[in-house]
Design a protein around this ligand. Structure first.
Ligand code: 13P
Ligand code: SF4
Length: 362
């Protein structure tokens, strides 16, 4: 394996450096809106729920959403990280790759995407003829912005034709347009193996990029210092405490976790892969190192099986995904608010997404 760390945030001294200095704190990186969302979502998680709505309100929302879906020929898609009550309104729940691929094949006029803004944008790019609604347009993935054009240009210049810029789908449409191909955590290894280039600039996520580099020793991977603030907050001490309490448990981690965490893992995969692994495994206990939203689908897929899952004591909650509550799904269908526009350079952003779909299907 060969890995270089040259990327965009190198001089920002974020992530690893803050953690090493012990300066990492919940307040440091999040906006006030995200901090408030995290506080509220953590409180709800500790109370065993994903929203403050009563059972009666949820039933009313669900009935009205069904009605509007029929009237508007609409389909609701949700990512596993949104609250369980929002997932319950969806026709399809899945990981980033599944949702992107599905968007092209649906027979509907309107798609409501319960997730963060880059997901809504990807669905609009892959399905431009449909109306796409984003229930909470303020829900952005912080990692989706963590790369600079000048760094991409510099590395392209340095390596010339034997370089592929590989862009994790967690990125804005503009960043996608700088790249050659997109990947998600479930198809990154397959897609990159298919690329003829030896040199890979992996943007924006350094943790997924490093994991890919370790799995593909024939490639020379150049990393950029983007990261997921939620997965970065999972630290070894939390995992060690869980391992001590549950010594028989299998440790399952998302590749957005840091290297120290991935080193502890028995299984590494995307949200969907982790869920399917737990459902198929002979083990009975699992330490799950990703956002707690996956618990709902794990419970569905392991119903009737004697399986228990444990999350870190500070629950990994994505404050942006947590903002996508059921009432907002209903509101966007009722008012048409949050309609997603095609970005400025749709062809430039769509090409790497289409290339991902093509290479992943080989
Ligand atoms: P996957 O669902 O593709 O594993 O992605 C995780 C994630 O962080 C989405 O933002
Ligand atoms: Fe972005 Fe992390 Fe939230 Fe996924 S979990 S949307 S990578 S901040």
């Amino acid at each position: 394996m060969s890995v270089e760390n040259q990327g965009a945030l190198a001089d920002d001294q974020r992530a690893d450096d803050q953690r090493a200095d012990g300066q990492w704190s919940d307040d440091r990186d999040y906006t006030p809106l995200e901090q408030e969302s995290l506080r509220q979502a953590t409180r709800r998680y500790q109370q065993g729920r994903g929203s403050d709505l009563s059972a009666e309100e949820l039933a009313r929302i669900s009935a009205r959403v069904e009605e509007l879906k029929r009237e508007q020929h609409a389909v609701v898609l949700a990512h596993y990280y949104v609250p369980a009550e929002t997932q319950a309104l969806a026709d399809y729940v899945g990981d980033s790759f599944y949702l992107a691929r599905l968007a092209k094949t649906l027979d509907c006029e309107t798609i409501v995407l319960a997730g963060v803004s880059f997901m809504c944008e990807s669905v609009k790019l892959l399905s431009p003829q449909r109306r796409v609604l984003n229930p909470e347009p303020r829900a952005h993935c912080p990692m989706a912005y963590m790369v600079r054009k000048q760094d991409v240009d510099r590395i392209r210049e340095q390596y010339g034709d034997d370089l592929a810029v590989v862009d994790y789908i967690n990125s804005t449409a503009e960043i996608k347009s700088w790249s050659d191909v997109c990947v998600t955590s479930s198809n990154a290894l397959k897609v990159i193996r298919e690329l003829p280039q030896h040199n890979i600039l992996f943007i924006p996520d350094m943790n997924l990029g490093r994991y890919v580099a370790e799995q593909l020793p024939d490639k020379h991977v150049i990393l950029n210092r983007g990261y997921c603030p939620t997965h970065n907050r999972i630290i070894p001490a939390q995992v060690e405490a869980l391992e001590l309490a549950h010594p028989e448990a299998e440790v399952c981690a998302h590749p957005e976790c840091t290297r120290e965490i991935l080193d502890e893992a028995d299984y590494i995969g995307s949200t969907k892969q982790i869920i399917e692994h737990i459902a198929a495994s002979d083990a009975h206990e699992f330490i799950v190192l990703t956002v707690v939203g996956v618990a709902a689908e794990i419970a569905r897929q392991t119903a009737g099986q004697d399986k228990r899952v444990y999350f870190p004591a500070t629950p990994p909650i994505c404050p942006n995904m947590a903002m996508v509550t059921p009432d907002k799904v209903l509101a966007c269908l009722e008012t048409g608010a949050g309609e997603v526009e095609l970005p400025a350079d749709p062809e430039g952003a769509m090409a790497p997404l289409e290339r991902m779909l093509e290479l992943a299907a080989r």
